[in-house]
Design a binder for this molecule. Structure first.
Ligand code: AKG
Length: 358
């Protein structure tokens, strides 16, 4: 190990020790109840959680909302049977997650996008009530779909959260509606948003990893694919090509170059033996439910927290926290994304990211 590698390892080790010594992450996160201070006094919430980037479970925060009193699979079946909904469909419940494609005897991991299918609310709920193998439905488009697609439900829920607007001093960038099959799992990822996540019916199980644990969260660069023609009888996995490389055959392309830092240093950029003809996406390579510690032993050092968010509750999740999410069958949730402040915490995270990719 050369001088600079040693220095880098020591710096990351010191960072780990400093965060262990000074930051106290509770598992599960602390809980405030509806009538406790967060409603009346946003200062305490801001000081102890938002400013420090610590998650908080707010018990009963939406228990009296019209949505929480009314919404369920049965309610939507009766109230909106003919409404056309956009549903993300996958054969395995892993939209925006890693799946292995086996083609001509060759296995390759892809970052898979779901197929968007349109159906009536009645058809969607029937799919939830009578789940079929290889056909997993999840309304999860994460593009402010509640705001754009669900006008008829706007009277049941506020389009902004008063206390959150005050905390973050802005209005939400997006309001997302989530409803789906218990087989649908959101893979570990992070977002550049303050996330205020309300469970309206059922429950969600979050696995959380603080941003400070980035050195132990492995990333890989994956080719991007998309599910096509998903039915209970089968599906296709279609790679997404970089336009200019569409006609290239994988094995033709070989520009293996290791770039070494100048001087007496063996730190190298990862060797790219082949240029992929596909569009690619860096993504977290670990499944926290079944971590491959042989391949990624460093993950064993990551701090992992757990939070069940039940009907009527809200999770405050600060920006850049890794999260993996499971749900009860037919769970309904609404979350508000507020753009993060690009402050010193963000800058430190970017520095850490750069150090981790050396
Ligand atoms: O509820 C889910 O499945 C995922 C939620 C999520 O990833 C988010 O709120 O950023």
């Amino acid at each position: 190990m050369c001088y600079y590698e040693k220095k880098l390892n020591t710096a990351l080790q010191n960072f780990k020790e400093t965060t262990d010594d000074f930051i106290f992450y509770e598992d599960p996160p602390s809980v405030f109840s509806l009538n406790s201070v967060f409603c009346e006094n946003t200062l305490e919430f801001y000081r102890d959680y938002v400013a420090k980037g610590i998650p908080l479970l707010l018990k009963g925060a939406c228990q009296n909302w019209n949505s929480t009193l009314k919404w369920s699979m049965d309610y939507f079946m009766k109230a909106l049977p003919e409404k056309i909904v956009r549903v993300d469909v996958t054969p395995n419940g892993l939209a925006d997650g890693i799946a292995t494609r086996n083609k001509d005897g060759k296995e390759e991991d892809f970052f898979m996008l779901p197929e968007e299918q349109k159906m009536t609310m009645k058809e969607f709920i029937e799919n939830l009530q009578n789940p079929k193998d290889n056909y997993v439905c999840y309304i999860q488009s994460q593009n402010s779909n509640f705001y754009t697609d669900y006008d008829e439900l706007h009277t049941d829920i506020d389009l902004t959260v008063d206390w959150a607007d005050r905390l973050f001093d802005k209005v939400p960038d997006a309001i997302n509606f989530w409803m789906g099959d218990s087989r649908a799992v959101t893979s570990m990822h992070k977002d550049p948003y303050e996330n205020v996540y309300f469970v309206i019916d059922g429950y969600k199980d979050f696995i959380l990893i603080p941003p400070t644990e980035l050195p132990f969260v492995p990333y890989e660069q994956y080719p991007i694919g998309q599910y096509k023609n998903v039915t209970p009888a089968g599906y296709e996995m279609e790679p997404q090509y970089e336009d200019s490389k569409k006609n290239m055959i994988n094995s033709e392309i070989d520009n293996s170059q290791e770039s070494k830092c100048k001087g007496d240093c063996h730190i190298t950029k990862p060797k790219r033996s082949k240029v992929s003809p596909y569009k690619t996406q860096p993504w977290v390579a670990i499944d926290p439910l079944n971590p491959d510690l042989k391949k990624y032993p460093e993950f064993a050092r990551a701090k992992v927290l757990h939070a069940r968010v039940s009907k009527g509750d809200c999770l405050y999740l600060p920006p850049l926290w890794f999260h993996h999410v499971r749900q009860s069958h037919g769970c309904i949730a609404i979350n508000y994304w507020y753009d993060m402040d690009y402050d010193i915490k963000y800058c430190c995270y970017e520095l850490l990211k750069d150090l981790c990719t050396i």
